[in-house]
Design a protein around this ligand. Structure first.
Ligand SMILES: [Zn+2]
Length: 262
């Protein structure tokens, strides 16, 4: 059975093949976030737009750990916060506010990954934010939004400010809070998350060394810009945008626990 057949094998009849494929990818992303240690108990939330809709998205049920998320227990809500299909679970309200802001403001985005990690919070708390100090960070050079902390996102009027803060960027740094990485699909949003986390962790080590007296080498501005443009213009090619590694990541999740496909 190939990956595509395996993805569809457990699909309930009332869910389209397209939606089920997105559910499987999103459930895999939850398992990967847990695997890499970027989860935060039952908090934080990741979502994907329901294929063929502009106003509906899939998100985790409040109360489950990320290794309990499956393709079928993701809940479907609209940008008004209504549950589209009955579920025994509720969404995280702050999750609804943050994710609906992005889906309303960015028709090109089909997946949003939100993390709270020590590295992304630490870098987001620095006035200068993420610096181009590693190859991981190059794709984000002059291509990051920053959003000042307003407390837990429970006010609907923060949506407009979140939209203004992210602009057309792929990733939004939520200062003192975490990260919001978007993508045209789950693979791309995961790739942005991965590269930001590695960039942030490396930067903090470099800055710790600098604080102890080491001198930092920073690549020339032109090099950083050229690399960032290369990633921005890569399109949805098999080589870039996270597409190349996604099948391998799915195999990793399969080995961890194939139950995510249920
Ligand atoms: Zn959060």
């Amino acid at each position: 059975m190939d990956t595509l057949e395996r993805n569809q094998a457990s699909r309930p009849r009332h869910i389209s093949a397209e939606e089920w494929a997105v559910r499987v990818d999103l459930a895999a992303a939850y398992r990967l976030i847990r695997h890499f240690g970027w989860d935060d108990l039952i908090l934080t939330h990741n979502s994907a737009r329901v294929p063929g809709t502009t106003d509906q998205f899939l998100i985790n049920p409040m109360g489950l750990m990320f290794d309990e998320i499956t393709a079928s227990n993701l809940i479907k809500i609209d940008v008004e916060g209504n549950q589209v299909e009955p579920s025994e679970y509720e969404p995280n309200y702050a999750g609804f506010v943050i994710h609906s802001a992005i889906y309303l403001g960015r028709p090109d985005v089909n997946c949003v990954i939100h993390t709270h990690t020590e590295a992304d919070i630490a870098v987001g708390a620095l006035e200068e934010g993420l610096l181009p100090l590693s190859q991981w960070a190059m794709r984000f050079y002059n291509r990051l939004g920053y959003h000042d902390y307003e407390g837990v996102s429970l006010d609907l009027d923060e949506r407009e400010r979140l939209q203004a803060s992210i602009g057309e960027h792929p990733v939004l740094v939520l200062r003192n809070h975490g990260l919001l990485a978007t993508g045209r699909n789950v693979a791309e949003a995961f790739s942005h998350t991965y590269h930001f986390e590695r960039s942030a962790a490396a930067q903090l080590k470099i800055q710790a060394a600098a604080a102890a007296g080491a001198r930092i080498v920073v690549p020339p501005v032109e090099t950083c810009e050229r690399q960032a443009a290369l990633f921005a213009n890569s399109g949805n090619t098999p080589r870039l945008g996270g597409q190349r590694e996604w099948p391998a990541l799915l195999r990793l999740v399969e080995k961890l626990d194939p139950g995510f496909r249920a």
